[in-house]
Design a protein around this ligand. Structure first.
Ligand code: S3P
Length: 173
């Protein structure tokens, strides 16, 4: 089977989407895009600064526009999305229409270990363990709705996750 034109990675913060996107883009010799980075480049602010200055609703609208730009990019391409992209109904509709959306599924405990206390994730607040579990609960059905494949990433290296994504999509790289 030939590689899909676009691979889109969804999943929680700490699931490794950006790292896996880079590995996949390298393997497939194609561009890799990240909706968080697109927002940051366009705004000249970090994601945390956008949340602080403009609020979550504005961030979601910028994130949707970043997703639209990423999906309009010439193919092939690998796109990493922010963990909350599925919060936006229009983003879910775009993702549902994509043939190769892969959910990198991570447990909240492992996500927490990976995120550490970087302070760069505005939604985690004072109790990151609780916040991550609540977000996972809230978003689980949305990830199932938009993703055609799931890779369970707990205990896997980013390279192993990338291999698994390619094998699920039946791409030889
Ligand atoms: C968010 C996830 C973050 C970033 C923002 C909000 C979320 O992206 O978009 O902090 O709502 O889960 P990562 O999943 O790349 O950390």
């Amino acid at each position: 089977m030939s590689p899909p034109a676009r691979i889109v990675l969804v999943g929680s913060m700490g699931s490794g989407k950006s790292t896996v996107m880079e590995i996949l883009a390298d393997r497939l010799d194609c561009p890799g895009l990240d909706t968080d980075r697109i927002v940051e480049e366009r705004e000249g602010l970090t994601v945390a600064q956008v949340f602080a200055a403009e609020g979550e609703d504005m961030f979601r609208s910028l994130e949707l526009s970043a997703l639209e730009a990423a999906l309009a990019h010439g193919a092939p391409v690998v796109v990493a999305t922010g963990g909350g992209i599925v919060e936006t109904p229009a983003a879910r509709r775009l993702l549902e229409a994509e043939p190769a959306v892969v959910h990198l599924r991570v447990s909240p405990a492992v996500a927490l270990e990976r995120i550490g206390s970087t302070g760069s994730r505005p939604l985690l607040g004072d109790d990151p363990a609780h916040a991550l579990a609540a977000l996972e609960e809230r978003r689980r059905a949305w990830w199932a709705q938009v993703a055609g494949a799931i890779v369970d990433v707990d205990g896997l290296s980013a390279v192993a996750v990338a291999d698994e994504v390619l094998s699920r999509l039946e791409v030889a790289a």
